[in-house]
Design a protein around this ligand. Sequence first.
Ligand code: AP5
Ligand code: MG
Length: 222
Amino acid sequence: MVIIMLGAPGTGKGTVAGILTSKLGIPQVSTGDIFRKHIKEQTELGKLAESYISKGQLVPDDVTIDLVKNRLKDSDVQNGIILDGFPRTVKQAEELDKILNKEGKKVDIVINLTTPEEEIIERIVNRRVCSNQDCKTIYNLVLNPPKQEGICDKCGHELIQRKDDNVETVKSRLENYFELTSTLVEYYEKQGKIYSALVSKAINKLGEDVAEDIVKYIENLK
Ligand code: AP5
Ligand code: MG
């Protein structure tokens, strides 16, 4: 099963994908996480990605498509994948369709998360993530704080703040989302693949509830 997590920055793609991975046993692949790993290791790809990510811009399509194309060859994702943050442009979506078609696969479901913009900024500036690459649990200092300040509940590693989690960069990420990515809702709506969920404190929807609803929806598809 190929699941795509679509949504503006901070809508909860990573949070919901993480819960879905444990509920469905399907690996989560986040292009943002892969880029951040490369940035940390200062590889050539990392240096290039950093020059875009630090300004809140998208990494160029050819680079991102190549990265995902190669990742899709790995043995752990042959029976299913949750793509978190890819595709983000129509070009990426078209290329993904081509890659999957060649293998007799297709995108099965596109989870489109939406959150009011004012909540997004608040969420992102208060986000902290586990520094352990094998854990990467996501917290929020206000909405979902760790039990012990600065320490991951799950693995005990230090929590860090992402470099692109500041108000200025978030605004640019949001602009890019509305300009380049939001059109994908229509792209997948035409294919009848969209599952939309409003994730907002106004309706008290937490990541766990959203993931449970998605699992039920997927079970009914079978
Ligand atoms: P990426 O890492 O994907 O960042 P993003 O899209 O900006 O999304 P975020 O990770 O910020 O938010 P999220 O939706 O995962 O929310 P989260 O679950 O953490 O990409 C980073 C950069 O890499 C991009 O800007 C771009 O430059 C580049 N890039 C990546 N993919 C690319 C591509 N395909 N093409 C080109 N460039 C690409 O939640 C946010 C916060 O809210 C957390 O604190 C969490 O605890 C809290 N929260 C989550 N859900 C809830 C809830 N239901 N209730 C209360 N709080 C919640
Ligand atoms: Mg994320």
